[in-house]
Design a protein around this ligand. Structure first.
Ligand code: SF4
Ligand code: SF4
Length: 208
């Protein structure tokens, strides 16, 4: 059986094709069309109400940081340490977060509450709590590992570009000074303090 061969005609390259001028003008036209459309929508929507999400109207850019995009509730921003009712950290220095952290960027120095404090013997507190936000990979494992809802990434804050290494090291005071993106320092999850009738009453020093 003889194989049949189909000879294809070589496409002709015209002068227009070879100069790329026509395609160049077409591309620039498309760019200008989107530029003016986006600018018109930005003026009509974003300036009138900066709180509105300009992305909703198909605009790909916004005037950050004056205009910010509304982040989803589960978006992971820089960390915060949540507060108890008395303003102290909810953290009990259990080290679950620092153990779970794959980047090993959390340092915690646990300490005992002073004698007479009803929390002594039941739980500890972080004398030091440091996160290296430059080393962090924002995986959220620390938040997942925490049994006390003491660490969160719901701040809605980017880690901004800074010009010195030390500014990326967030200590306990800094972590406790950052609110959630809704302005909250506490957590809506209930917490049973030692001594409360609802507290299970497990005493760490005596083992039960
Ligand atoms: S988000 Fe991930 S990398 Fe960052 S501190 Fe938490 S566990 Fe570590
Ligand atoms: S933040 Fe949570 S997981 Fe980390 S040490 Fe404190 S209580 Fe434990």
């Amino acid at each position: 059986m003889t194989a049949r061969t189909k000879v294809m005609k070589k496409p002709l390259r015209t002068l227009g094709d070879q100069s790329y001028l026509v395609e160049l003008v077409k591309g620039l036209g498309l760019t200008l069309k989107h530029f003016f459309k986006g600018t018109q929508q930005m003026v009509a929507n974003s300036y009138a109400n900066p709180a509105e999400d300009p992305f909703a109207e198909g605009i790909a850019t916004l005037e950050y940081p004056e205009v910010k995009r509304a982040y989803p509730e589960r978006w992971r921003g820089v960390h915060r340490l949540t507060h108890r009712e008395d303003g102290s950290p909810r953290c009990v220095a259990c080290l679950c977060c620092s153990t779970a952290c794959p980047a090993q960027c959390i340092y915690i120095k646990p300490a005992e509450y002073p004698a007479g404090d009803k929390r002594r013997g039941y739980e500890r507190f972080p004398e030091e709590f440091v996160i290296d936000e430059l080393r962090c990979i924002f995986c959220g494992y620390c938040v997942e590992a925490c049994p006390c809802d003491a660490i969160r990434m719901d701040t809605g804050m980017h880690m901004t570009a800074l010009d010195n290494r030390a500014s990326f090291i967030f200590d306990k005071e800094k972590l406790m000074s950052i609110p959630s993106q809704h302005g909250e320092f506490k957590s809506e999850n209930p917490r049973h303090e030692p001594g409360d009738p609802s507290h299970p009453g497990i005493d760490r020093l005596r083992g039960h």
